[in-house]
Design a protein around this ligand. Structure first.
Ligand code: ZN
Length: 203
């Protein structure tokens, strides 16, 4: 399976990192080895002094597809989740400045947190989902999928032009504003609406 991630999908987050607003979705992949195993703490890797949390809505693909038109995209997923795209921001900034790929900063072991899943049928519209991240019981990130530059079905259309989507693939749909550094002993809790979908400790 693969993890397909969308970058720069919320205007306020583009501003906070002083990135350009993209004309097409920014896409990168994380390997399956980046998935943080359930109930395990997140260990800050020794190659970074600036690991950031990026809370994101996740979509799990349940049907093989390629060149999926937007109007059919809703048939390719029936579960919505929440996760963290951990990013070694110092390393990413270095790589970006040289025009190099980001994989080392985004795809390292443990860099993909995947919380519990909710059936899509729980939501009236996938384009109006509130989600949030708490760090040590203070809210640090808050978003609503209506604020995405590319909505879930548009992401599926775009991504499937390049990659065949397979059952079990997971899409990270981008982070809203409020990304920030994590430190040892931080506790991160992620919510969709008022449901807690993950709780992890940083070590
Ligand atoms: Zn991200």
């Amino acid at each position: 399976m693969k993890l397909i991630c969308i970058g720069r999908n919320y205007t306020e987050h583009i501003k906070e990192l002083e990135n350009e607003r993209p004309t097409d979705p920014v896409i990168f992949l994380k390997p399956d080895t980046s998935i943080l195993l359930k109930k395990q703490p997140f260990f800050i890797p020794d190659f970074s002094n600036d690991i950031h949390h990026e809370v994101e809505i996740l979509v799990k693909i349940n049907k093989v597809g390629k060149h999926i038109a937007k109007k059919f995209a809703h048939k390719y997923y029936d579960q919505i989740g929440l996760g963290i795209d951990f990013t070694a921001r110092d390393l990413q900034t270095q790589l970006k400045s040289k025009g190099l790929p980001w994989e080392k900063a985004k795809g390292f072991d443990g860099a993909a947190v995947i919380g519990n899943w909710l059936p899509k049928s729980d939501f009236e519209s996938v384009d109006n989902i509130n989600f949030s991240l708490y760090k040590n019981d203070a809210i640090v990130q808050e978003g609503n999928t209506s604020l995405m530059l590319w909505k879930i079905d548009e992401i599926i259309e775009y991504v499937s032009k390049y990659f065949t989507l397979k059952i079990g693939d997971i899409i990270f749909t981008g982070t809203p504003a409020g990304v920030g550094k994590v430190l040892a002993n931080d506790k991160l809790k992620g919510y969709i609406e008022d449901k807690q979908l993950f709780s992890i400790t940083v070590k």
